[in-house]
Design a protein around this ligand. Sequence first.
Ligand SMILES: [Zn+2]
Length: 148
Amino acid sequence: MAERRADDHAWLEVACDLAALCPPSVTAFSVGAVVVDGDGRELARGHSREGDPHDHAEEAALAKIEGIDLGAATVYSSLEPCGQRKSRARTCAALILAAGVRRVVFAWTEPSLFVEGTGAELLRAHGVEVVQLPELADRARLPNAHLL
Ligand SMILES: [Zn+2]
C-alpha cells in the first residue's frame, strides 16, 4: 500500500525546484529528482540534461550513487519516471528497478506528448511503492509551460 510520509512533500519540493536548473529544451521535459535514504538523508540529486542533452533527472541522480544499498531509499521526481523513452535504451523506471529502489514519489503524471507515460504502472507492477502528490503537479509543470 502506497502511503505518504511526513517528509515527502518537502523532498518533492526540492525535486520540483531542481527542474529550474535544466537547460531549456523544446523536445524534452525539465525535471528534477532527489534520492533520499531510509533515514531521510539525501544521497544524490539530478536534473534533466545535467551533463548531456539526453540525461533524465532520475538517471542523473542515480548515476551518482555507487555501492549503497537503495532498498530503503526513495526517489523523488517532479515528473513520473519514464516507462518509455526515445533518447536511450533504459528508461528511468528500469533504472530505478535495477538500482533496487522500492519507493518512488512524484508530482506530475507524464503527459502523452513525447511518449506514452507508463512508468508508474511499470514500477507498481514490480512491487515498488509509488506515491503521487498531485498538489505539487502545478509546480512541476511550471518549467514546462512552453511545451504544453
Ligand atoms: Zn526518464
